[in-house]
Design a protein around this ligand. Structure first.
Ligand code: AMP
Ligand code: FE
Ligand code: FE
Ligand code: ZN
Length: 301
């Protein structure tokens, strides 16, 4: 069975693999459909679409943005959006400006701790730059031995150089995705540690703001929570999605195409998602076509 993965990070945000490297690995692992969902940027697009076409992989446009709602920090995935949407570009530019200000504030704090890190030591690309890049720069400088140590000593919430980031209200983040033609989905609900009643309440509140789906399959969702989320999708008419949240690191909770516990992301999520996105299912995702194709053209898969 070809695999599916709707949550991946590339070097355009805090992943370690370029979109090209992700596509090569996806091919090797038999991932037939994927979405690169970088934090706060669609800089991997349109290149990712071209690379997908070359590799015979269906690529669904995506991104992940962070928003606040009643004291919670929520991650939202947006699928199928127009990566060239002017309103999306404006929204993401504001986020990148807030990030730049925050990166400078973190650097100022580090300088105050006699660590002479400068902005030049962070990657200056079209994508997103944040704490993981600062962690790596501290490691390169020899201030810490690992990125983990950088977070533990300086960058985590109670770390010596932590600075809070300005986040969008969830309604604004959802609108940004919807205005760009995308489907807003709550990422890794298990990360919120709310318990089932709290989560049900949250989902109802977010539906009122325009939420359209839940990331049911993710390494941070426990098995009972996954069942609860699948049921919520059914009863509330939400789209179910799933992904590995692969960042290309050894510490990643799941490899490409898996949602934790060595379980693949269920491929039957794809048809309803594509239907909601008004796309036609790709031939490889149809079981009959897939069987024929595998026997006819890909006997080694
Ligand atoms: P930022 O968006 O700049 O606040 O950075 C958030 C990212 O930092 C997350 O997506 C993780 O990839 C990474 N991160 C957050 N906390 C830790 C931690 N304790 N150890 C390692 N990486 C972390
Ligand atoms: Fe990340
Ligand atoms: Fe996330
Ligand atoms: Zn993610």
């Amino acid at each position: 069975m070809p695999l599916l993965d709707l949550h991946l990070h590339s070097t355009m945000s805090d992943g370690t693999m370029t979109p090209r490297e992700i596509m090569a690995l996806a091919r090797q692992r038999g991932v037939a459909t994927l979405s690169i969902t970088d934090h706060d940027t669609v800089a991997a697009y349109p290149e990712a679409l071209d690379l997908g076409r070359q590799a015979g992989i269906t690529v669904i446009n995506g991104l992940e943005v962070t928003a606040h709602h009643q004291g919670l920090s929520l991650h939202l995935l947006g699928f199928g959006l127009d990566h060239q949407s002017p309103s999306l570009a404006a929204g993401l530019r504001d986020i990148q400006e807030a990030r730049r200000a925050r990166n400078l504030a973190i650097i100022a704090r580090l300088n105050g701790l006699n660590i002479p890190l400068t902005l030049d030591e962070l990657p200056n690309h079209r994508g997103q730059t944040g704490r993981p890049h600062i962690a790596r720069a501290l490691q390169v400088r020899g201030v810490v031995r690992s990125e983990q140590e950088a977070f533990a000593r300086f960058l985590r919430k109670d770390g010596a150089a932590y600075v809070q980031r300005q986040l969008l209200p969830v309604s604004q983040a959802i609108n940004m995705i919807v205005e760009a033609g995308g489907l807003p989905v709550l990422a890794h609900p298990g990360a919120l540690k709310l318990g089932e009643p709290g989560l049900r309440q949250l989902v109802r509140e977010l539906i009122d703001q325009g939420l359209a789906g839940l990331e049911v399959y993710h390494p941070m969702n426990s098995a009972p929570l996954t069942r609860c989320l699948a049921l919520l999708c059914q009863t509330l008419g939400l789209v179910a999605t799933g992904g590995s949240d692969f960042h290309g690191r050894e510490g990643d909770k799941a490899p490409l195409g898996e949602a934790g516990g060595k379980l693949p992301v269920p491929t039957d999520l794809l048809a309803p998602l594509l239907a909601r996105l008004n796309l036609n299912p790709p031939p490889v995702s149809r079981p009959e076509a897939d069987k024929e194709q595998r026997h006819a053209h890909h006997p080694d898969r």
